[in-house]
Write a protein that binds this ligand. Structure first.
Ligand SMILES: CC(C)CCC[C@@H](C)[C@H]1CC[C@H]2[C@@H]3[C@@H](O)C=C4C[C@@H](O)CC[C@]4(C)[C@H]3CC[C@]12C
Length: 427
């Protein structure tokens, strides 16, 4: 495959590759070429969980727990294409997202006549290490997803390897049922050709509180089966150890659902099953902490292809944030997260893990999912309904106004420089 780049971009990319090759897996001190920058912040990625709201609420309507677990699995598989290949499809290659600042928000909702309103709240709850938390809920159907995630990156053999830390929890109110979902590992291929794209690897687990769990294995080109974006999911009954369903195919294309050897259904998430657009407020009406408003000048500079201006505007935000953290340290205060709170552990989750544990170890030889990495994510992040109610009711209007003003003022007073962008933040 020939390089997708020409001219100056080709040589800039070559030096970028050289720099990452000699950095010994430490991505923290690397700079990415400006043309690979995206104007989308990572805090927006939480929306990928629910771009098919119908599939998100479908399990709530199903009375049979076995079929419900299958619907949850189908919904999860439908999110993969959005999460991991939508940028490559839209923009021609994977891009480097903007690193969200602490407190950055992405708020919106999906409206659908049949499904009703599905609300999205995404907040950057930690900057070092970077962690995004989200809550996505549909009150009409009693479906609630919450989770948080961070990434640990490394470099080897011309590939960026990314491990995700954190977890997603899906709750179906009507059935008092909870699902724990782990996040896949991934790597970035195509770096040599200047055309990076994501491939998933290893596996994810979805375990339910009502005794079902799914193991989802990922593979790319060159593995057995040979196709890119390959996936094989198996849904088990926890109590009997019986394999109930398999779903296999390509997560970017068609997937086939089978019960034993009988094919039940084929589904895909491309043109036949389009995504629902997310509604967000116009920029002028957004809170100063909302992502698109906060990064508007950076986005405009990227659109113009003016990389000096991109660097200046971007570093103003980063410098303002450094100043705010410095001030908090001096004053012995901490940034108040608007919608989430960090806890040490969640009892329901521990109970679920313990119940699923015996089966998983006994039958598949794998350890159940637990939230065992709070140090890597600055805690276990949970959606704080009290904080949310206070914001929605206006009881926190003064704090909200002050937080926005603080960030606006700090950014207005900050100075920026046009230097190249770090691949991930240094500090
Ligand atoms: C293109 C390259 C040179 C720069 C590296 C960019 C790198 C930091 C990006 C590329 C892909 C990004 C993944 C993305 O595919 C999807 C998700 C799922 C979402 O729920 C959470 C974030 C995550 C893991 C992105 C993290 C940043 C990645 C690895």
């Amino acid at each position: 495959m020939a390089s997708a780049l020409t001219g100056t971009a080709k040589s800039t990319w070559a030096s970028f590759l050289k720099s990452i090759a000699s950095f010994n897996g430490d991505l923290a001190s690397m700079t990415a070429p400006p043309f690979i920058l995206s104007k989308t912040s990572l805090v927006e990625y939480s929306a990928y969980w629910t771009e098919h709201p119908k599939l998100f609420v479908a399990p709530a309507k199903e009375a049979d727990p076995e079929k419900r677990a299958l619907l949850v699995l189908k919904w999860f598989l439908s999110t993969l294409k959005q999460q991991y290949s939508s940028r490559s499809e839209k923009l021609g290659s994977e891009k480097k997202p903007l690193n969200p600042f602490l407190g950055e928000l992405f708020l919106g909702h999906w409206e659908d006549e049949e499904v009703g309103k599905t609300v999205l709240i995404s907040e950057q709850v930690s900057h070092h290490p970077p962690v995004t938390a989200y809550s996505i809920f549909n009150e009409k159907h009693g479906v609630k997803l919450q989770g948080y995630n961070g990434q640990k990156a490394g470099f080897a053999s011309m590939t960026i390897n990314v491990k995700q830390v954190g977890i997603a929890r899906l709750r179906l109110e009507k059935w008092d049922e909870e699902y724990l979902i782990t996040l896949p590992a991934l790597h970035i291929e195509g770096l040599v050709y200047g055309s990076p794209f994501v491939e998933l690897e290893k596996s994810t687990i979805i375990q339910s509180s009502t005794g079902f769990f799914a193991k989802i294995d990922y593979a790319g080109k060159g593995w057995v089966g040979g196709k890119s974006n390959s996936v094989t999911a198996e849904l088990y009954d926890n109590k009997t150890g019986k394999l109930l369903y398999t779903i296999s195919g390509q997560w970017t294309k068609e997937l086939v659902v089978k019960k034993a050897k009988t094919e039940l259904e084929r589904f895909e998430h491309g043109e036949k099953n389009p995504t629902t657009a997310l509604t967000i407020k116009p920029i002028e009406e957004q809170d100063p902490l909302e992502s698109r408003r906060a990064w508007a000048k950076v986005g405009a500079a990227i659109d113009k292809g003016d990389y000096d201006e991109t660097g200046i505007e971007k570093s103003k935000i980063e410098n303002a944030q450094r100043e705010l953290r410095k001030k908090e340290k001096e004053e012995g205060t901490a940034w108040e997260r608007r919608y989430f709170t960090a806890v040490d552990k969640v009892d329901e989750v521990d109970a679920l893990v313990e119940r699923a544990g015996k089966f998983m170890k006994g039958v598949l030889g794998i350890t159940p999912v637990c939230m065992d990495e709070p140090a890597k994510t600055n805690g276990v992040w949970v959606f704080d309904t009290k904080k949310y109610d206070d914001v929605v009711s206006g009881r926190k209007a003064e704090e909200v106004r002050r937080a926005g003003e603080t960030v606006l003022e700090a950014t207005e007073h900050a100075t920026g420089t046009a230097e190249a962008q770090p691949l991930v933040d240094r500090e």
